[in-house]
Design a protein around this ligand. Structure first.
Ligand SMILES: *[C@@H]1O[C@H](CO)[C@@H](O)[C@H](O)[C@H]1NC(C)=O
Ligand SMILES: *[C@@H]1O[C@H](CO)[C@@H](O)[C@H](O)[C@H]1NC(C)=O
Ligand SMILES: *[C@@H]1O[C@H](CO)[C@@H](O)[C@H](O)[C@H]1NC(C)=O
Length: 373
């Protein structure tokens, strides 16, 4: 029982507040960096200065591109970075970086169904219908894919810039905030950089099992740049699309079919693979380089199992990259032909384009990624 007025107030409040108690559609990340369009790096925070507000999660870059920003690291792409990348085209070779859409098959995560592809024959023409979980093959992870969370609990989800809640994503209202249409409409093009970590390991005769927990460290990446003939300080430019070849896909593609079939049944710590080391060193190295997108030929860019302690808190790089920095990841890239060509030309930078699906409210997408050398 309640008084009439109080009831009305409760009703109004329950309409304005989401089930997590935060006002709907009102950004919480009100602290933001002062910058202007003619100098996008004015007042750029160092890694140690993150987050801008102590109430933000571990090493979040909320507010760095403004409190209502939905593009995150894609803001590093500017007309100048795109124009400068023209000079990367020399040999006139275009290389697709996408696996065939049904590879890996079966998907590595057994919760994700394989792609369905139906041919629809009509009289005089053919159509086809594709139904796929966007996480199973080469994919661009958008900013709705991974929030910060504690113990994977929905009630603690925090998405980039705190712009949406889990309820917003699953609501029938078709709220588009942080959907991958933003990336599709921004236009992703510019300079790509390959760091062939797997090739570097091979050159040193250092064998490793890509299907076990192996860390790719920031000092490894510096060593790979030197091995490729570059300078660790200047090889990567702001706005670059950084690609790390781990050797995962090379090993996966050589697996006998019975092993491909049983791979999804590895559980817990056994579901391991090579990838970036989850550490402050890795994060600082990447933050300083101002990359726009980060890709790899493995399933998660970072090593698996995903959890590590960063800044005293249990975190994955996924949480900090996607939920914190608005940095999209491209996974399961096919880098075999690219790496071979880069070594042949002795050139590891190229023009790069990526056009994900223009899917309003989408979470991830095939990337349609291409390197042009
Ligand atoms: C914007 O940045 C430019 C270049 O650093 C500077 O000259 C200008 O004064 C800045 N404008 C404002 C309004 O801060
Ligand atoms: C790697 O092994 C090959 C073949 O045994 C050998 O020729 C080469 O010198 C080795 N390279 C290094 C860096 O040890
Ligand atoms: C990988 O790096 C993390 C973080 O530094 C560390 O906790 C883990 O033990 C390392 N794993 C291996 C196999 O070295």
């Amino acid at each position: 029982m309640c008084f009439k007025r109080l009831c009305a107030l409760t009703l109004v409040l329950s309409k304005l507040l989401s089930p997590t108690g935060r006002p709907v559609g009102k950004p919480a990340a009100s602290v933001s960096r002062q910058f202007n369009d003619s100098d996008i790096y004015a007042n750029w925070p160092t890694y140690d200065q993150l987050p801008l507000d102590p109430s933000f999660p571990t090493k979040a870059a909320w507010g760095v591109w403004g409190a209502t920003d939905e593009l995150g690291a894609l803001n590093h792409i500017t007309p100048n970075t795109i124009k400068a990348a023209r000079n990367e085209i020399g040999a006139g070779i275009a290389i697709s970086l996408n696996l065939e859409m049904n590879i890996p098959n079966p998907p590595l995560n057994p919760l994700r169904p394989a792609m369905l592809h139906a041919i629809v024959p009509f009289q005089g023409y053919q159509d086809d219908i594709i139904s796929l979980n966007t996480q199973i093959s080469t994919q661009y992870d958008g900013l709705r894919h991974f929030p910060y969370s504690t113990n994977n609990r929905v009630s603690t989800y925090q998405f980039y810039n705190d712009l949406i809640t889990f309820e917003d994503i699953v609501s029938p209202d078709r709220i588009k905030t942080l959907g991958i249409q933003n990336a599709a409409q921004k236009g992703i093009a510019g300079r790509g950089v390959l760091l062939d970590w797997g090739g570097w390991k091979e050159s040193r005769n250092e064998t490793f099992d890509a299907l076990s927990e192996v860390n790719i460290t920031s000092s490894d990446l510096d060593a790979v740049i030197s091995w490729q003939g570059g300078s660790p300080e200047s090889f990567i430019h702001p706005g670059d699309f950084l690609i790390i070849r781990s050797g995962f896909m090379k090993q996966y593609l050589q697996l006998p079919v019975p092993q491909e079939q049983v791979l999804p049944f590895r559980v817990g710590d056994d579901a391991a693979w090579v990838g970036l080391e989850p550490s402050d060193d890795t994060l600082r190295w990447l933050w300083d380089r101002k990359i726009s997108v980060l890709g790899s030929d493995n399933p998660s860019v970072e090593k698996s199992p995903l959890i590590a302690v960063i800044g005293g808190v249990e975190r994955s790089l996924h949480q900090i990259f996607i939920g914190g920095w608005g940095l999209s990841l491209v996974e399961y890239l096919d880098l075999e032909s690219l790496a071979e060509t880069c070594h042949k030309l002795n050139r590891f930078t190229f023009f790069f384009t990526l056009q994900n699906l223009n899917m309003a409210g989408g979470i991830a997408s095939p990337p349609n990624a291409m390197a042009i050398l």
